[in-house]
Ligand binder design. Sequence first.
Ligand SMILES: Cc1cc2nc3c(=O)[nH]c(=O)nc-3n(C[C@H](O)[C@H](O)[C@H](O)COP(=O)(O)O)c2cc1C
Length: 263
Amino acid sequence: MVQPDGQQPVAPSALKGEGAQCFVEFEDGTAGQHPTSTPRALETDEIPGIVEDYRQAAERAKRAGFDMVEVHAANAYLLNQFLATGTNKRTDQYGGSLENRARFPLEVVDAVIDVYGADRVGIRMTPFIELFGLTDDEPEAMALYMADQLSKRGLAYLHLNEPNWAGGDITFPAGFREKMRERFSGSLIYCGNYDAEHAEKRISENTTDAVAFGRPYIANPDLPERFRVNASLTEPNHETFYGGNEKGYTDYPFMDNGYDRMS
Ligand SMILES: Cc1cc2nc3c(=O)[nH]c(=O)nc-3n(C[C@H](O)[C@H](O)[C@H](O)COP(=O)(O)O)c2cc1C
């Protein structure tokens, strides 16, 4: 029971995420992962309220002083579930065609734009990813449709996670990065299993404007400086990734005045 009053989680359709885990605090105060339960499908008339939740969240982020916000439509979370054919089996205006599956994520984007302005809003997406049972029959068509729609709105950036960042061997198909570059007018960011060299390569071939780092940043609080001086990197400890305290979170060492440099 991880929701208030043991409520079911919500989703586009009542399909259980295969192997999906959520992060919880257990009764004894320790934190860890817990299997998710089967969600219930959102009623059509509940969706405007959720769009409103995103608007409220953006308003709060603005009040708290965040410069920008990123709408999370990736990694099998709620908005990604609406975009993908495998998780969205709805028959109302939020399911079926590309336009319908994109409707709710775009309503969220519009609500957040109302608060921040399009030049301070980005979005994160993971076309082609297969995670927690999420699959999609038309990931490229959806990514390109979203790119068109987001370009029309003048969104600041589109952040794409490589499909194999969490394992597996699915990669973006040949030509996909070039098509995204052509169709999206804002900045592109990629992430997932990059090192400095690979990031430089993508930037110099002009398929991306920037590369984001996750795990290397966890283990290397001074990651940009390490890249700059070509220092070796501390390997992250996977055991402490989803833990609940400072261990493996804020206790990785900074470089020691260059003693750590590679030759
Ligand atoms: C401990 C941990 C927690 C993460 N949590 C999220 C999350 O809540 N939402 C998300 O989209 N990605 C999450 N990610 C994925 C990262 O944002 C990033 O996309 C991924 O690690 C790939 O980049 P990397 O290869 O540089 O680590 C998480 C990754 C790790 C290691």
